[in-house]
Design a protein around this ligand. Sequence first.
Ligand code: HEC
Length: 289
Amino acid sequence: MKIANFYLLALGLCLGCQSKNQQTSQTDTATADSSASAVATIPPPNDSLSLYFADLQAQNKLGALTAIQVANDPVFHKAKSYQGVLMKTILEKYTLLKNLNPQQSQIVFECEDGYNPSMSLALFLSKTAYLATKDNDAPAGQDWVNPTKDGREMKIAPFYVVYTDVAPSATDFKWPYNLVKISLVETQKEFAAVYPKDDDTMVKGFGLFQHNCMTCHALNKVGGIMGPELNYPKNITEYWQVSDLKPFIKNPASYRHNCKMPAVTNLSDKDLDEIIRYLQYMAKHKIKA
Ligand code: HEC
């Protein structure tokens, strides 16, 4: 039903915490250039749906680094070259990727600063994604160069996901930097707490919220943690005047000095109304304490 239509949206889903230690228990018995069939014979640990890249790197399990050329890097806004490893190889080797239906799954990126973008796993696997571990422009002895945005330095380390065949205009693709972990999740399972199951008229607002807000905000504990949870235990519309929501979202700095939320400028008033209606609906659909 409707849920199935939504795997294509970029979803900000916060995966609860899968045990950090599980996937590191897998020993790298195969040689670095093991064939696909050899990989398939290594039984991955049962809950190996998330990976902490620093653990893999510390254990020398990322594999041989290759040179990566990105024609138009959307973070640096120019051609870049990196070193890194193919994401697909890492996922095949260290996760239960083969047990998932990519069409009905998401890859969730967890960044150090609490930003949690995600996208369709099928879309992700359809292009050539790399886990970049080093920027070739970095000065000797360093792995990364940090660009500045709006006068603030952005931290790219420890990892950055880049593509060699995706244009910056393809906004469904995520290029997370400051990345520490990925998780593979089944879309429907992760949706259970936020999807408007009993009201089709909320689906639009839900999709807009997923796409534009959930990378930073959770509802019912599902979503990013860079910004505050907006539904549990109290819904934002229960303690804010609803009339203040739209102007705040459009220009948070007009409400708070030093506000850490960037202005949302790509949504129409109608879109924001849909989001607010969905937020009001969610007030009546809280998870149980
Ligand atoms: C890049 C991350 C990010 C995105 C995207 C984002 N927010 Fe925020 N939001 C924040 C942060 C951080 C705060 C806390 C702001 C502060 O006071 O410094 C916040 C605060 C808020 C607040 C006030 C909450 C409170 O109680 O103080 C509301 C309401 C809100 N955001 C709604 C939204 C909505 C709706 C969207 C999508 C249209 C959205 N935000 C997108 C990061 C984000």
